[in-house]
Design a binder for this molecule. Structure first.
Ligand SMILES: [Fe+2]
Ligand SMILES: [Fe+2]
Length: 370
């Protein structure tokens, strides 16, 4: 809306936000009511997880209520929010409805809460100072829904499959890794509260670096060796795609500056070394001690590399590019990474092929060149 800003008066703006707050409050009350009716007929372990969620829901309800108080304008909830809330309560109280359907509607309502909290949070950013202040807690409320939605996806898999098929879900390591990562990324993203398209290349690289840190932690604290191997596969795929995309877009761009060339060459060499170690680890996957030792070695090297990148490389990016170029570069990096992920995947052959690459094979020079 930057170019053709709609003419919304201050009064309309406040009423609009008040309406969203009323809807969120209305649905949240219904969610809290549901939590007491509903245990989704699940076993103890899962009940505990619902119990935790229910406690968080009550806390959020109180937070929303206090935000509405400090916002200072109270309007009735809209018809759709009322209908959704009523339908939710009716559905979970109706014994002829399957638990899977109940869970689906419950999840949908929480997704809706997540979206609306995000909307309120983003609207606050472009509003007057008093609105901004009153709505500050929404950053945390939004983060909490993001986490809950990720958790509900896992719960749906865990017992939805059983309800539907009578079989236990396959304990796919990749699936579990993906779930864990969704939660990690949800938490990271909710902190930045900014979509990827609005981030500059340094913000995007930093988020990816934190994801790699998280994966090392997952490998170290995995319950069993099979899970550790699963997390390693994810780490290898991520690190390979990240490093190649970095070379093709970021390094190749800044290599052209006299004061940066040597540093880019050095970073490129470190990438090659990291990818060799990744390959070597793939050869000792089933030797638990050797695997752990090599992963530890890899972690130290990655940490050293990332530290250099976030100081030296980021300083060069700041020095040699404008804000617009930094955003364009982040897009180029993400596009390139997407292509690599599609083409490379996480298999060993592709990863070792990637290791033979040399700097400057930029396939995306239009977006990235300064
Ligand atoms: Fe990096
Ligand atoms: Fe790097």
């Amino acid at each position: 809306m930057e170019e053709s800003e709609m003419n919304v008066s201050e009064k309309e703006k406040r009423e609009g936000i008040a309406g969203e707050l009323a809807d969120i409050f209305h649905r949240q009350s219904a969610i809290v009511e549901c939590n007491s009716i509903l245990q989704f007929n699940v076993g103890n372990a899962k009940s505990n997880r619902f119990q935790k969620m229910a406690e968080e829901d009550e806390k959020n309800l109180k937070m929303i209520e206090s935000v509405i108080n400090s916002f200072g304008l109270r309007v009735p909830a809209k018809t759709l929010a009322e209908t959704m809330s009523e339908t939710l309560i009716e559905t979970v109280s109706d014994e002829s409805v399957t638990p899977l359907e109940q869970l689906a509607l419950y999840t949908l309502t929480k997704q809706n809460q997540m979206m609306c909290c995000h909307l309120v949070h983003k609207s606050a950013q472009v509003s007057a100072a008093d609105i901004k202040l009153a709505l500050t807690p929404f950053e945390g409320i939004y983060a909490s829904f993001t986490k809950q939605v990720a958790e509900l996806v896992v719960l749906t898999e865990e017992f939805g499959v059983e309800w539907l098929t009578g079989e236990k879900p396959a304990s796919g390591i990749t699936g579990r890794v993906r779930d864990a990562m969704a939660t990690v990324m949800g938490a990271v993203l909710s902190k930045t509260a900014k979509p990827f398209e609005e981030m500059n290349v340094m913000e995007v690289l930093a988020i990816e670096h934190r994801k790699v840190d998280a994966l090392f932690k997952e490998i170290e604290s995995a319950d069993d060796h099979e899970s550790a191997k699963g997390f390693f596969a994810q780490l290898k795929g991520d690190l390979t795609a990240h490093s190649i995309a970095e070379e093709d877009t970021v390094y190749s761009t800044f290599k052209t500056f006299a004061d940066s060339n040597e540093k880019m060459e050095h970073a490129q060499e470190e990438h090659m070394e990291l990818r060799s170690i990744l390959d070597e680890i793939s050869l000792v996957l089933d030797d638990e001690d050797e695997f752990s030792a090599r992963v530890e070695q890899l972690k130290e090297k990655v940490q050293h590399h990332v530290k250099e990148e976030e100081t030296t490389l980021f300083a060069l990016i700041e020095k040699h590019s404008s804000k617009e170029q930094q955003i364009a570069l982040s897009k180029a990096f993400l596009d390139e990474k997407r292509v690599i992920q599609i083409n490379v995947g996480t298999d060993d052959i592709a990863a070792s092929a990637a290791n033979d690459r040399s700097i400057g094979t930029n396939t995306n020079s239009n977006d990235a060149s300064l």
